[in-house]
Design a protein around this ligand. Structure first.
Ligand SMILES: *Cc1c(COP(=O)(O)O)cnc(C)c1O
Length: 432
């Protein structure tokens, strides 16, 4: 028996996985040129870099009118405003996502209706969506999570039947394709984040892809203090300044040049990973839907069998991280975010409509199990570290499997710590 690194053993990998973001001379040159041009900001909107980025981004995704702005949260807010969705309207969102997905409806005064995900792909479950529709429902926000895409065929059929707006939160899905169609181009709107962790990044930034040109004009107006963007210059909107800067757009143009190659590298390493993982006991992969014709890898989710490993995902991820492999437990269920607790949130929507935030009565079994027990999220850098990076991950999991007795010791310590203190301090777990 070997010692797990968490108990002082030799870790499987000592070399760091490659850092993100990456850059080269193109970024430095593009930013330098923009600084020298004197045109740093986003006014008048769009500037030259921003307009060029918008065109190339839409081309890469394969459709739509791209409106770049400050980040991938306001993109969804702006989409809702452009579609006239507001106070008291209902917007259906998945329970397993970053909080921004549900913040966006709340900030325009709409109520997020939180529904469960599918166990196949951890994206919103179309059947749960259908059950949640009422006369107040105006939109569905789907999230293409980690390495997966939502069943867009089912979602678009439901939306058509009930006359609903569809927003694809594609913050994880740059470059992904569903039956050849780009993520974010299938629904009415696609929302992309360019925040520093995302696979296409400019530090901060967001892109709203609009299917309809008129919607793109409205969105561009909303983010530019309401200035009209139609050809006649007549359509003013109620807007604020959410413009993107030309310096960020300069970084975006360089990032777009590198993106196809990075995407290909992650794809081929992910194929290799799936081959390797298929032989490991105690691990299961999410389903591979063949309609998802091109996959992106912001994160990769696997499930562990807690009975096999003698622990739940928190202990598993901690022990594997100590072996030098970057993994984490992913998102909490929506009901765990303070932002959505009527008593804690200072936003008007949870106070005005507390019934939408009564988490005790919500049934979210798939999300609860993923977020508390079995989902393990791998970082994208694992897919940029050649086959060795994947082999190390697999070796790390095998080491944990062979030393499950040590994991059960950690799990016992964790339980004792919880019972005595009500919280888990992972760094004290080994000696507790
Ligand atoms: C990152 C992310 C966002 C928000 O993007 P920002 O640019 O950070 O505002 C929204 N939704 C999901 C699913 C994300 O991962």
């Amino acid at each position: 028996m070997t010692q797990l690194a968490v108990f002082g053993g030799q870790p499987i990998r000592t070399e760091k996985y490659p850092q993100w973001p990456v850059f080269d001379d193109r970024d430095i040159e593009a930013v330098t040129n923009t600084i020298k041009s004197g045109r740093w900001g986003g006014f008048p909107y769009p500037g030259q870099n921003t307009a060029m980025f918008a065109e190339r981004f839409a081309e890469m995704q394969g459709g739509g009118y791209a409106v770049p702005m400050m980040n991938g949260t306001i993109t969804m807010e702006v989409a809702l405003r452009a579609a006239d969705i507001g106070w008291g309207d209902e917007v259906i969102v998945p329970a397993y996502t970053f909080q921004a997905t549900a913040y966006a409806p709340m900030v325009v005064g709409a109520c997020p209706v939180i529904v469960d995900i599918s166990p196949d792909n951890y994206c919103i479950d179309p059947q749960r969506v259908e059950e949640a529709i009422t006369s107040k429902t105006k939109a569905i926000i789907v999230v293409h999570i980690a390495n997966q895409m939502t069943d867009m065929d089912a979602i678009m059929e439901i939306a058509k039947k009930h006359g609903l707006v569809v927003i694809e939160d594609s913050a994880h899905a740059h470059g992904a394709r569903w039956r050849g169609m780009g993520s974010g181009t299938i629904g009415d709107f696609g929302s992309f984040s360019l925040q520093s962790a995302k696979i296409l990044t400019t530090g901060e930034g967001g892109v709203l892809l609009c299917k309809d040109e008129k919607m793109a004009e409205r969105a561009a107006s909303i983010i530019d203090c309401g200035r009209p963007k139609d050809a006649d210059g007549k359509n003013y909107t109620m807007g604020v300044n959410y413009r993107w800067s030309e310096i960020h757009a300069a970084l975006g143009l360089a990032a777009l040049e590198r993106f196809p190659e990075q995407m290909q590298e992650r794809e081929s390493n992910a194929d290799y990973l799936e081959e390797s993982l298929s032989e490991i006991e105690g691990i299961s992969l999410l389903k591979r839907d063949l309609r998802h014709t091109r996959r992106s890898f912001y994160r990769y989710i696997i499930n562990i069998d807690p009975d096999y490993f003698n622990c739940e995902h928190q202990v598993f991820c901690y022990a594997l991280s100590k072996e030098g492999i970057p993994v984490d437990t992913g998102y909490p269920a929506m009901n765990r975010y303070d932002l959505f607790q009527p008593q804690l949130s200072k936003l008007p929507v949870p106070s005005a409509f507390p019934e939408y935030f009564d988490f005790e009565t919500m049934s979210l079994p798939v999300t609860e199990r993923a977020s508390q027990v079995e989902a393990v999220w791998m970082g994208e850098s694992i897919f940029r570290a050649s086959k060795q990076g994947v082999d190390d991950l697999v070796a790390g999991i095998n080491k944990l499997a062979q030393n499950r007795g040590q994991l059960s010791k950690l799990a016992e310590n964790r339980q004792r710590m919880l019972d005595q203190h009500g919280i888990v301090d992972l760094d004290r777990l080994a000696e507790f």
